[in-house]
Design a binder for this molecule. Structure first.
Ligand SMILES: O=C(O)CCC(=O)C(=O)O
Ligand SMILES: [Fe+2]
Length: 283
């Protein structure tokens, strides 16, 4: 696709077809395995986010959080090739990759059959378990890069499952989501086009940033004018958040205390859809 053509594309024509053709590339969808999975998938289709407060027992989750924190603290920046603690000190964030190797209960979460089934029913058969992290956001008042509303991707799929390992309240870094913003809509089109151009041509060609962040006026438009509801995903340790991060969402700067969680990302491998061509027909 030439740059000129990309700029001239009638965006509604391209993007309205996107959801359908994208999931076709992904091998179709599997059926929800039971009524519970079906309810979760239906809710995700409508809202893009769901919180299940008692996915695992609170005490078990708290204990797992403490064990993982100890294990992660003991890791150097890059320990073994697989298990790595990535410390983003300026954002007050530590991400330990492949956290399933640190604790059998963490592995149990990453291999949970219900979550995998929901990912494959909501998205598509070919999504894979892509990133398995223990995430620490313990530093109060340290602002992180994801603390403003944004969408992760325009076309590339990310389905995320967060298991809270501390009690998450308004002051302890809840995940926030603007319901229904994962669905195709005219307001998404300029954003999607900017992200697409940025990902293909790089920042110097699009004269600016990736365009996936939202300023206050844009958020107001979504919530006040279009009536999308903001959900602040609080819950005790053991709560599970399932979310499609193509919708508008953000992290929250911790102010009264920190948050520990497991983060499981499912993705359709980028090579299957990227760059968009006639063959993979993602566009
Ligand atoms: O840490 C969070 O609450 C969410 C961060 C975020 O933006 C993401 O995982 O896509
Ligand atoms: Fe994000």
């Amino acid at each position: 696709m030439s740059e000129l053509l990309l700029n001239l594309l009638p965006t509604s024509l391209v993007f309205d077809r996107h959801r359908h053709s994208y999931f076709k590339v992904g091998g179709g969808q599997v059926a929800p395995r039971d009524e519970r999975a079906k309810t979760l998938v239906d809710t995700l289709n409508r809202d893009g986010v769901i919180v299940i407060p008692d996915f695992i027992q609170r005490e078990k989750a708290l204990a797992l959080g403490q064990r993982l924190k100890q294990a992660s603290d003991a890791l150097p920046q890059a320990d073994k090739p697989r298990v790595k603690a990535l410390r983003f000190d300026d954002e007050g964030l530590v991400r330990t990759l492949n956290a399933e190797d640190l604790d059998p209960e963490a592995r149990e979460f990453f291999e949970d059959p219900l979550i995998e089934n929901v990912a494959k029913s909501y998205a598509c058969t070919n999504v894979v378990s892509w990133q398995r992290m223990f995430e620490e956001r313990m530093k109060k008042w340290v602002i992180g890069g994801a603390d403003w509303y944004h969408i992760d991707e325009a076309f590339y799929f990310k389905f995320k499952a967060f298991l809270y390992l501390t009690d998450v309240t308004l002051g302890t870094a809840p995940y926030m989501y603007i319901k229904g913003t994962h669905l195709s809509a005219p307001w998404r089109q300029p954003k999607e086009l900017q992200i697409l151009k940025h990902d293909i041509y790089g920042p110097e060609k699009v004269f600016g940033n990736r365009g996936n962040f939202f300023v206050t006026g844009e958020v107001r438009h979504l919530t006040k004018t279009l009536g999308h509801e903001v959900v602040t995903c609080c819950g005790p340790a053991g709560s599970l958040v399932l979310t499609d991060t193509r919708g508008v969402h953000k992290a929250t700067t911790p102010n009264s205390g920190g948050r520990l969680m497991l983060g499981h990302y499912f993705e359709l491998p980028r090579k299957n859809i990227w760059p968009p061509t006639r063959k993979n027909s993602a566009l």
